[in-house]
Design a protein around this ligand. Structure first.
Ligand code: CS2
Ligand code: MG
Length: 402
């Protein structure tokens, strides 16, 4: 089998997506996702100008060699743009292989290790009462795990909170908006939020929380310690992770489990965190970490250190990435949980897919390959629109982490 053609599709059915389609001489095609929130066109151009001409004529079954060719061969390694582009190619190749062998991708990664995948929803509200309503709604929908976020009294904006009654979407059309931040107000508020959630819903519901890289290690240690009575499933992205040894300080102060890695691109971003057992869950997902080929290696390495997976699944992971993540989750031994932030109906129509949610669990489906398609005619009706993630400033105007 040979790759005969490859092209990038950019569409915006509610938000921007970059999709790679690789075609072969046997009429089978594969899809990969290269969406990088707020930097979409950089990946599209990297693929079109620098990657796709080099893969025409290659055998799509050689996913390992093609991965090494794009990673080592380019000399310039790592980084979100490079790894999203490699990820798009890699996932499309696994899709082709599954279709050619008439089997779902999870069978190529080790086969089923479980029947269903525990998924968590993102629950938000402008204050604690509204957040409790959203948690109740998601419990009603069947969720057994929820990530709980709430607006902070005194701050006009808080990350991760839906606007009005709409769904939460991290990217905003136009140039970046500005959010406000106060660590003091946040640290006072979050333990009260979790006290109310546990009081209302009891012990059984799995509770998660995303700190979105806002804290220093010692502040994160304090929050983790104060949240211990509420038995969180995880505390996510407590501090930026470029300084991996910072997580040692968090570990010294709390038994609240730690998850990190949605912005990681390779094992080298997580290597020290994993081998020092500073974290409990690794959040890397196929699109931003070089596809299934690399992510499988990360998971196998993490397994040695009792670290489980928790793939990032916000709306900027297209249905192609969600499907790839679900096949990966099904196969790896050390699966932990899968994030599920629902796409708009428009997005679901552009990317018809086999995966399903039922009773708190997700299922990849048994279609050959990934089980996702791209309706190109419908996609063409939603042209790209510039969008960014917000930026974040402390109350005195200092730019801080988003
Ligand atoms: C969040 C995301 O889902 C999450 O865990 O951290 O909403 C994140 O802000 C976006 O995916 C950024 O692109
Ligand atoms: Mg997050």
């Amino acid at each position: 089998m040979k790759i005969t053609n490859a092209f990038v599709n950019i569409t915006s059915p509610g938000r921007n997506f970059v999709t790679l389609k690789i075609e072969t001489d046997e009429g089978i095609f594969g899809l990969g996702d290269g969406t990088l929130n707020g930097r979409e066109l950089a990946v599209a151009s990297y693929l079109t100008e620098h990657v796709l001409p080099c893969i025409i004529g290659r055998d799509p079954f050689q996913s390992e060699d093609i991965w090494q060719y794009l990673y080592r061969g380019a000399y310039w390694r790592r980084g979100p743009v490079t790894m999203a582009a490699i990820g798009a190619v890699d996932v499309a190749l696994w899709d082709i292989k599954g279709k050619a062998l008439n089997t779902p991708v999870y069978n190529l990664l080790g086969g089923k290790s479980r029947d269903g995948l525990l998924a968590y929803a993102h629950c938000t509200g402008k204050d604690i009462d509204h957040t409790l309503e959203d948690v109740a709604l998601h419990k009603e929908m069947g969720f057994k795990a929820v990530r709980v976020q709430s607006g902070i009294p005194g701050l006009s904006t808080t990350y991760g909170i839906a606007k009005g009654t709409g769904r939460y979407e991290p990217a905003e059309r136009g140039l970046p908006s500005e959010h406000q931040w106060s660590t003091e107000m946040y640290l006072r508020h979050v333990p009260q939020l979790f006290a109310r959630v546990r009081e209302t819903f009891g012990e059984e519901l799995h509770l998660l929380h995303d700190c979105h890289h806002r804290l220093t290690p010692i502040e994160a240690g304090r929050l983790g310690k104060e949240l211990e009575p509420f038995h969180l499933f995880w505390m996510e992205d407590p501090t930026p992770a470029e300084l991996q040894e910072g997580f040692k300080i968090i570990r010294q102060h709390t038994t609240t489990p730690i998850a990190v890695g949605e912005v990681f691109n390779t094992i080298w971003d997580a290597h020290d965190l994993i081998r020092n057992q500073f974290i409990d869950y690794i959040r890397m997902t196929p699109v931003h970490s070089g596809g299934l080929t690399h992510l499988k290696k990360v998971a196998d390495f993490a397994e040695l250190y009792h670290v489980r997976t928790g793939c990032h699944g916000a709306t900027d992971m297209s249905p192609v990435t969600i499907a790839a993540a679900l096949h990966f989750d099904t196969a790896v031994h050390n699966f932990g949980i899968q994030e599920l932030m629902p796409h708009t109906d428009e997005t679901n129509a552009v990317f018809p897919h086999q995966y399903r949610f039922k009773d708190g669990m997700m299922f990849p489906g048994d279609a050959p390959g990934l089980g996702v398609d791209l309706d190109e005619a419908l996609a063409a009706k939603y042209p790209y629109l510039r969008a960014y993630l917000p930026i974040n400033r402390k109350l005195d105007g200092t730019l801080t982490d988003w």
